[in-house]
Design a protein around this ligand. Structure first.
Ligand SMILES: [Zn+2]
Ligand SMILES: [Zn+2]
Length: 845
C-alpha cells in the first residue's frame, strides 16, 4: 500500500520525469496578493506567470501546495469533521503548463498517473467534460481525447458551466475543466436517494463518486467584464488533485481520515481521551475536528500566522477554539492541542530554508546533496527559502565590497606618491596636531595646488589627529587653521579611501589653502569623546555577550557614531530580556571598576600568538594595535579608546533585533546620551500617568482596568446589536409568502448596509429552513439588493445570483455572487419596491 508521502513523491517525480520543474509549496500567506486571505490552490503562486506579467526560466511546473480554506460555500468551517472529505488544511498536487503543452498531454498524463502509477482500476473511473453553456461551445476536443485513452463514452459525463468551467475572476484567463472521478461504491448513503430522487452520480454531493482530479484548460480570455471570450494565443494548463483524496483512494479508504495523514493524530486523541474511535458518531466527529484543526494550526503558525482578533489571525483563532471546544466534548480538560499539533510537526516532511542555508554556509554542505539525502528519507527541502537566504547574503557582501570597487585611481596614485598618513589621535589627548598639506583633491577625480573660500575639497596632510572612518567608527569633524589664523577650513568628515590614506572633506571658510603650507588641526573634542566612549563600549559589550550567551558569539560588524553604537553579532536565537539585562549589568559593572584601557603595538604574528581576537572583515597591517578595554578581552583594533572604562559613564541597550539568519543587532547608548534616553522615558511615563490620573507605580494596574472596561463595553455593544437584528428578523418572518410550495420573503430594510443585510439574511434563512430571502433598500442614488436561498433550494436549481441579476435591472444596476447568496447595486432606490416584487414573479415563473 502506498503511503501518502509516496503518493506525493510519485506525483512530483512523475511530472519531473516529463520535463516539469519541481517547485516547492509557497507560504499559506499569499505573497503580493492582498485580495486573498490564504493560499487556496496550487496555481496561486503562478498567477502572474499565467497572465504573462511574470516570466520564469521554465514552462512546465509541478508542486504539492499547502492550502487553507476556512469559509465560503465549499468549506464552511462547521462542516469539517462531519464529512469524509472537508478540510481546513489540505495539500493540492498539481501540474502546470505555461503556454507549453495543452489538453492532449494533460489528459494523457493524468490518465497514465491514475491507472498506471496509482494502479486504479479503469472500470471504477469516470471523467467529465464541459457541456457548452452561455454561448460557449462544448468541449468536444476533451471528449475525443478521453475516448482515445480508452474511457467508454458512457463514462464521459457532460456537465454545465457551474461544474465544469473555470475563471480567475470577472476578467482574465478562463476555460473549460475536465474532472476524473473514482467510484467508491453505491452502498454509501445519498441524500438525493433518501429524498426519493435518483442519485446524480458524478454531479451528486454524495460520496459514491469522488472527484480526485480537476484539469483546467485555460484557452480563453475575457478582456472586460461581460465581454465575449476570445481565444488565448498560447493556452495553458492548471490542474489540482487533493493529496488527501488521492491517498484515500490509493489506500482503499473511503474517508480521508482513515489515511496515514490523519490516523496518527486520531490515535493521539484516542490515547489522550481514553475513548475509542468508531464507537460513537459524536465522539468520532469531535476527534476528526481535532485532527483536521491540529494540521491547520501547525501549518498556519509555521507560516507566521498568530492567533488574533482580525484577518488571518482571527481565522486561526476560530480554528483553535473550535478544536478546543470539541476537546471538551471528549472530556479532554487538560491542555491537549500542543500534543496533537506536535504529532503533525513530527510528521512534517520539509527541511526549512534556514536549515539548508546553515548547512551550506556554516558547514559547507551543498544544498543539492542535502536535497538528495533528504529525499532518500522522505523529506523535501524549502528551496525557495534557501535561495532567499543566499540572496540576502549576497546583498550583504556586495554592500560590504562596494566601497572598494568605487575607489578612483587618484587615491592609489596619492598613496604611492605620499606614503602612509600618520595618525596622531592615539597619543595623549589626541585632539590636536600639526600637519603639512600634501595634496588637494577636487571631486574625487583631479588634483589642485590651491583652494579658495566657499570651495569644498579633500585635503591630505602628512600627519593628522583626524580619524578616518574605518572598522565601523565614523570619521572625525573639526577645523584646520593656517597662516596664523588667516586661513580656516571646516572639516566636515574624514575617510580612508585606501587603507593608508586619510582624506579630510573640507569647506574653505577664509583665506586660501596652498599645498606645502603648515596647518593647526583640531578635532571636535566633545564629539570625539562621545565616539571614544561608544567605541570602547563595543569591546565591553562583545565580552559580555560571550560570557552571557556563549563563546560562539562573534562580532559581525559595528557602527560607532557620536550619538549611538550598533553592534552586530552571530547568535541563533533571540536573547531573553533577562540575558540582555545581565549583559547590560556586566558592562556597567566594568565601567564602575574604572580600569585602565591598555594598547600595545606589536607584530601581527605576535598578536595572534597572544590570543588577540581578530575582528570580522578587518584588514591588518604588519604592526597592529592590541587593545584591552576589559582586562580579559584582547582585540586587534585601530579605533580610538577611552583611557579608563569609567569615562564611558553609563551603558544602556535600546534594542536587540534579528537582521539576517543567525545574525542579531544591538543598538546601545553611553554617557550623557544614555542618561537623556532614560530621562525621556521617565518624562513619558509621568505624562501618561497624568493623562490617566494615576501615578507611575500604579500605571500598569490602571491600564489593565481600562482595557477590561473597554472589553466589557464592546461585549455589551455586540450583545445589543445582536439582539436588535434577531428581533427584527423574527418580525420579518411573518411577511413570507408561499409560491409554488416555496416560502419567499422580500422586504425593505434601511439604511442599506451589505454587512447588516448578510447577517439578517443568514438569520432569516436559518429560521425559514427552506426558502428564498430578498432584502433591498437605499437612498441618494444608491440602491442595494441581496438575495439568499437555503441549500435544499440551491440543490433544486434555484440560483440567487441569477435572481438578483434579473431584479437588478429594475434599479438600473447589476450584480452577482454565489448560488446561495448574491447581491446587486444600482442607481435608482425608488424602484426598490418594484425590484422586490419582481422576485415573486421570477419564482412563479
Ligand atoms: Zn448521490
Ligand atoms: Zn577598539
Amino acid at each position: 500500500m502506498m503511503s501518502s508521502a509516496q503518493v506525493r513523491e510519485e506525483f512530483l517525480s512523475f511530472f519531473e520525469k516529463r520535463g516539469h520543474r519541481r517547485v516547492p509549496s509557497s507560504s499559506l500567506v499569499p505573497q503580493n496578493d492582498p485580495t486573498l486571505l490564504f493560499t487556496n490552490a496550487g496555481m496561486v503562486q503562478f498567477k502572474d506567470v499565467f497572465t504573462g506579467r511574470e516570466k520564469r526560466d521554465y514552462r512546465r511546473a509541478t508542486s504539492a501546495q499547502k492550502c487553507v480554506r476556512a469559509g465560503g460555500k465549499h468549506n464552511d468551517l462547521d462542516n469539517v469533521g462531519f464529512t469524509a472529505r472537508h478540510h481546513t488544511f489540505f495539500e493540492m498536487l498539481g501540474n502546470f503548463s505555461f503556454g507549453d503543452y495543452f489538453k492532449r498531454e494533460a489528459i494523457a498524463y493524468a490518465w497514465e498517473f491514475v491507472t498506471k502509477t496509482l494502479g486504479l482500476a479503469p472500470d471504477r473511473l469516470a471523467t467529465t467534460v464541459f457541456n457548452g453553456e452561455r454561448g460557449i461551445p462544448w468541449d468536444e476536443e476533451a471528449y475525443q481525447l478521453w475516448l482515445a485513452q480508452g474511457v467508454p463514452s458512457g463514462r464521459i459525463y457532460k456537465l454545465g458551466y457551474d461544474d465544469n468551467f473555470w475563471a480567475m475572476g470577472d476578467t482574465g484567463p478562463c476555460g473549460p475543466c475536465s474532472e476524473i472521478h473514482f467510484h467508491q461504491g453505491d452502498d454509501l448513503p445519498c441524500l438525493e436517494e433518501a429524498a426519493g430522487r435518483p442519485c446524480r452520480g458524478v454531479a451528486c454531493e454524495c460520496d459514491r463518486w469522488l472527484e480526485i482530479w480537476n484539469l483546467v484548460f485555460m484557452q480563453f480570455e475575457r478582456k472586460e467584464r461581460d465581454a465575449p471570450l476570445v481565444p488565448l494565443p498560447k493556452p495553458s494548463i492548471d490542474t489540482g488533485a487533493g493529496l488527501e483524496r488521492m491517498a484515500a483512494v490509493a489506500q482503499g479508504k473511503r474517508s480521508n481520515y482513515d489515511t496515514d495523514l490523519f490516523r496518527p493524530i486520531l490515535d493521539q486523541v484516542v490515547e489522550l481521551s481514553g475513548r475509542k474511535y468508531g464507537a460513537s458518531e459524536a465522539d468520532d466527529a469531535s476527534m476528526r475536528v481535532i485532527a483536521d484543526h491540529s494540521r491547520a494550526t501547525a501549518f498556519l503558525i509555521s507560516d507566521g500566522v498568530q492567533p488574533s482578533n482580525e484577518g488571518r489571525g482571527y481565522v486561526l483563532r476560530r480554528i483553535m477554539r473550535r478544536a478546543i471546544r470539541h476537546g471538551s466534548k471528549l472530556n479532554l480538560n487538560q491542555i491537549f492541542l500542543p500534543r496533537t499539533v506536535e504529532t503533525v510537526i513530527s510528521g512534517q516532511k520539509v527541511l526549512s530554508g534556514d536549515l539548508v542555508f546553515f548547512l551550506h554556509d556554516t558547514h559547507g554542505f551543498p544544498w543539492d546533496l542535502t536535497q538528495v539525502i533528504a529525499r532518500e528519507r522522505g523529506y523535501d527541502i524549502d528551496q525557495a527559502g534557501y535561495e532567499e537566504r543566499m540572496r540576502e547574503q549576497r546583498a550583504r557582501s556586495e554592500f560590504a565590497g562596494s566601497g572598494e570597487k568605487a575607489i578612483s585611481n587618484i587615491y592609489h596614485q596619492l598613496a604611492e606618491r605620499l606614503g602612509e598618513t600618520e595618525f596622531l589621535g592615539y597619543e595623549g589627548q589626541g585632539h590636536e596636531g600639526e600637519g603639512t598639506l600634501r595634496a588637494i583633491v577636487i571631486d574625487g577625480a583631479s588634483e589642485a595646488l590651491e583652494a579658495g573660500p566657499g570651495q569644498t575639497v579633500e585635503l591630505i596632510f602628512d600627519r593628522t589627529p583626524f580619524y578616518g572612518e574605518s572598522g565601523g567608527q565614523v570619521g572625525d569633524t573639526g577645523q584646520a587653521t593656517g597662516s596664523g589664523g588667516k586661513t580656516v577650513a571646516e572639516i566636515l568628515d574624514t575617510q580612508r579611501p585606501v587603507p593608508t590614506l586619510i582624506s579630510h572633506k573640507a569647506k574653505v571658510k577664509r583665506g586660501s589653502l596652498k599645498v606645502g603650507d603648515v596647518f593647526q588641526l583640531a578635532v571636535d573634542g566633545q564629539r570625539r569623546e562621545a565616539i571614544r566612549a561608544n567605541h570602547s563600549a563595543t569591546h565591553l559589550l562583545h565580552k559580555a555577550l560571550k560570557l552571557v550567551l556563549g563563546d560562539h558569539v562573534k562580532q559581525a560588524g559595528s557602527v560607532v557614531a557620536p550619538d549611538y553604537l550598533r553592534f552586530d553579532y552571530s547568535h541563533f536565537a533571540a536573547p531573553t530580556s533577562e540575558e540582555l539585562e545581565r549583559v547590560e549589568d556586566l558592562v556597567n559593572q566594568w565601567i564602575r571598576e574604572n580600569a585602565e584601557a591598555k594598547t600595545e603595538l606589536m607584530a601581527l604574528a605576535d598578536a595572534k600568538r597572544s590570543g588577540a581576537v581578530a575582528l570580522f572583515g578587518e584588514k591588518y597591517g604588519e604592526q597592529v594595535r592590541v587593545v584591552s578595554v576589559h582586562p580579559d578581552s584582547v582585540e586587534l583594533c585601530g579605533g580610538t579608546h577611552v583611557r579608563r572604562t569609567g569615562d564611558i559613564g553609563l551603558f544602556k541597550i535600546v534594542s536587540d533585533s534579528s537582521i539576517a539568519s543567525g545574525v542579531r543587532r544591538i543598538v546601545a547608548l553611553t554617557g550623557s546620551g544614555a542618561l537623556a534616553y532614560v530621562r525621556d522615558l521617565e518624562h513619558e511615563v509621568h505624562k501618561a500617568s497624568e493623562l490617566l490620573k494615576s501615578s507611575p507605580k500604579e500605571l500598569v494596574k490602571r491600564i489593565d482596568a481600562i482595557q477590561k472596561r473597554i472589553r466589557d463595553l464592546e461585549r455589551k455593544l455586540e450583545q445589543a446589536a445582536a439582539q436588535s437584528t434577531s428581533v427584527s428578523s423574527k418580525d420579518l418572518l411573518d411577511q413570507a409568502r408561499e409560491i409554488n410550495g416555496i416560502r419567499v420573503l422580500a422586504t425593505r430594510v434601511d439604511p442599506a448596509d451589505p454587512k447588516v443585510y448578510r447577517s439578517l439574511a443568514d438569520q432569516i434563512r436559518d429560521r425559514l429552513r427552506s426558502g428564498i430571502v430578498a432584502i433591498g433598500g437605499g437612498n441618494d442614488g444608491k440602491a442595494l439588493l441581496l438575495v439568499a436561498a437555503t441549500p435544499d433550494l440551491v440543490a433544486r436549481g434555484i440560483n440567487a445570483a441569477a435572481l438578483v441579476r434579473e431584479m437588478a435591472k429594475e434599479i438600473g444596476g447589476s450584480g452577482g455572487g454565489r448560488a446561495d447568496m448574491a447581491q446587486a447595486g444600482g442607481t435608482d432606490p425608488s424602484r426598490i419596491p418594484a425590484a422586490l416584487e419582481k422576485l415573486f414573479e421570477l419564482v412563479k415563473a
